[in-house]
Design a protein around this ligand. Sequence first.
Ligand SMILES: Cc1ncc(COP(=O)(O)O)c(C=O)c1O
Length: 269
Amino acid sequence: MEIEIRRIPCANLLADVSAMGDAVDGNTIMIVGSAPCFPYGLIDPIEKLGALAEKKKLWLHVDACVGGYIAPFVRMNGGDVPPFDFEVPGVLSMSADLHKYGYCAKGASTVLFRSEELRSHMIFDCADWPGGRMVTPTLAGTRPGGAIAAAWAVMNFLGEEGYRAKHRQVTNAREAVEAGVARLGFRVLGRPQLGIVSFTHDEVDPFAVWGKLFERGWFTSLTTEPKGLHLMLSPFHESVTGTYLSDLEWALGEVKAGNEGKKREARYS
Ligand SMILES: Cc1ncc(COP(=O)(O)O)c(C=O)c1O
């Protein structure tokens, strides 16, 4: 579509609202924030982005792919989650992935619009061919309905109580990891509030620690800026944080003693 994308560096790992404002010009159509971003699990200042969007009459999209189906329930559970959705007036659309913290299989996901009128721009509607008018919800054509039906079943099965219970476990796991890694001398990146936590170490190479953990069967992720260990936690992890933390302590000790293991490049996929 020949739309220019301006990527604005973060400030303290979060969207830099003032730099984003400076980058806006008369041709800007949309600004985007994350709730949360994947690398650190941190929620951008969506209220400030909303105010910027309103002031400059822009479309604010919130990428809540990894947060949209956990953040509301963490908040219901009493967690400290800042406004990130349509509660913020400037937010016009959001994406929220069912296959992440919605606990559904891949193949179905959701994008939400503030109004029917805004959603109408997404519809593909073409009558300019001999087969008759073709109307589809998106640019994509025929799609299998199985994943949508399965997601509907999962969501009805879990319901509000089910999601709250699962996300309480995720929160417990995150809090245990945060406290445990801090005890071992790691530094948690930012202030995570949902299910992702990343942490670095000022004296040892986190990638070397990852290599030792891998020897004990921990196949987790990494961040590059700064180098860090990255965990996306699920309800099950609540039961293994103790094992993880003791293996992390062992791995750290090994690296400090010069006994490094397999090196790994940081890969998202
Ligand atoms: C914030 C965010 N946006 C978008 C995506 C992309 O998701 P997918 O690869 O499932 O399309 C991810 C995946 O982790 C994410 O965390």
